[in-house]
Each structure stands twice: as C-alpha cells, then as structure tokens.
Design a protein around this ligand. Structure first.
Ligand code: ATP
Length: 255
C-alpha cells in the first residue's frame, strides 16, 4: 500500500482509495467498484465528509430495526470487504447476523476470496457461495443469493447496493437498510431506511448505536426497539439530507 503522510489534508480519503486499490490487487474488489466509489466521493464532498444529523437519525432507526429483526443478514460486496471488513464483522457479531457475499459482477473466485478474507479476520458465518436461490425479477448472476441468507431474511443491510436489487428485495417483503452517499440514487429512494453517509463512518456509528440500544434494553429490561422504526419516513429523511447539503453550501457562501 502506498504510504500517505498522516498530515495530508485528505489523508482519510486517500487511505480509502489505497484500501480499494489493495482490494483490486487481492482480487476482492472489482474495477467498476472504483468508479462507484468515485461517485460516492463526489457526494461526500458536498456533504462535507462528516455525518449529517439526518444520517445519524437514519442510523439510529437502522440499529433499532436490526435489533428487532428475527433474521437479519448483512450483505458484503467487494468495496465493503476492502473498506470495512473489521467493522462489518463486529456488527454481525453484535446483532447475530450472518454475512453474505453478494456481488454485482459475480465470479465464483471473487466470492471465495471475499469469504476467505472475512473468515481470516474472524467472521463466524459467511454465506454467499451456495447461491441456491434467486431474487425474483433480477436477471443473470446478479440475482444469485443464498436460501439460508438473504432469501429468507426479514431485514437486510445492503451497504452500497444497486437500485434494481434494492427495489427487488423490498418487493420480496424485506426491510432493506442501505448505506449510500448519494441521496438521489434509486437505492436510497427505494430502501426502507437509507443512511446517506460514507460506509466507514456509517458502520462505526451503527456499531455504537447498536451497543447503546443493547445496553439500554438490558438496563430497562424492555423490548421497545420495534416501535423505533415503525412509521419512519425515509423519503422525508432524504429531503432533510438534501436540505442539510444546501444549507451548508449557503453557509459557505457557495450558493
Ligand atoms: P442506483 O442504481 O442506486 O441509482 P448507482 O447506479 O449509482 O445507483 P452503483 O453504482 O451500483 O449505484 O453503486 C454505487 C453507489 O454507492 C453510489 O450511489 C455511491 O454514492 C455509493 N458509494 C460509493 N462509495 C461509497 C462509500 N464509501 N460510502 C457510501 N456510499 C458509497
């Protein structure tokens, strides 16, 4: 990995690029994943590379939804595996959800490599290599999922998903949580809860929110988390995201 000096003003952003390049060299990230990351970076610039209040609200709701789930599953693609393997494994342990390798440009070799990487880093259950079920309405290899995993899950966390699959998962009756820096994407607009934030910040925040809610539950001995997401207005929250972006640009005198 190229050595970036920590004093560089764009250290965090450059490190993410290095991790993705290393992911390509290791055969876990696709070249198209780099382009997708670039689109995300552009939105992160507009957001100010920090977590918006609206994103934090969505994160809290997502944590409640994951804790209330009967069968949660976390989907992992090549960018997620390169950028946040440790965080995603910690989250899966906390909510007792398996990870499922689910990639857009599917090759069995890449699925195997991502699975191996996650297992090497301590993941207890990684699905995705059986691919014995399909998402209805999606064509070709992109439709492949595991019966034991995403197919039978009630809540799915799909960081960096594409719009088609997100919509199809919602149509299957699942609650879908996405992490996507683009508040205008089809993914963000179709999901049950869209966290408009960088995947690294969002997974760290999700871990903290889940831990906090679990602590609270233990103390108060109650199971209130179901009501925390009922009636959540995802489109309304996305409007708040756009407002926060516009307000920031106004404050900076840019518009
Ligand atoms: P859609 O099909 O949902 O309209 P899309 O075609 O842009 O959108 P993809 O290209 O499949 O979707 O996925 C890339 C998405 O992931 C982009 O919307 C981008 O904003 C987001 N993204 C990329 N990198 C990150 C990241 N590090 N953190 C959060 N989101 C990211």
């Amino acid at each position: 990995m190229f050595k970036i000096p920590e004093t560089h003003p764009r250290y965090g952003s450059l490190m993410k690029r290095e991790k993705l390049v290393a992911g390509i060299e290791a055969g876990i990230t696709s070249k198209q994943g780099l382009i997708a990351h670039g689109r995300g970076e552009a939105f992160d610039y507009l957001i100010g590379e920090r977590t918006l209040d609206s994103a934090m609200r969505a994160t809290e709701v997502a944590a409640a939804l994951l804790l209330a789930a009967k069968k949660p599953v976390i989907s992992v693609n090549g960018n997620v595996a390169a950028l946040v393997p440790k965080e995603i494994i910690e989250l899966s342990d906390l909510i007792n959800a398996p990870l499922e390798v689910n990639i857009f440009y599917r090759t069995e070799e890449r699925v195997r490599k991502i699975k191996e990487l996650l297992e090497k880093q301590g993941a207890r259950k990684v699905l995705g290599d059986k691919a014995d079920a399909k998402i209805p309405g999606i064509e070709h290899a992109r439709a492949k999922i595991d019966h034991e995993g995403i197919y039978s899950a009630d809540v799915v966390l799909v960081p960096l998903e594409d719009g088609d699959r997100c919509e199809a998962l919602v149509e299957m009756g699942k609650k879908v949580i996405t992490i996507d820096l683009n508040p205008l994407s089809r993914t963000s607009r179709h999901a049950t809860v869209s966290i408009v934030d960088d995947v690294e910040r969002a997974t760290k925040n999700l871990i903290s929110a889940v831990k906090e809610k679990k602590q609270k539950r233990k103390k108060e001995g109650e199971e209130k988390s179901v009501s925390a997401w009922e009636g959540y207005n995802n489109k309304g929250n996305l409007r708040e995201v756009v407002k926060e972006i516009v307000n920031r640009l106004k404050e900076k005198g840019l518009i």
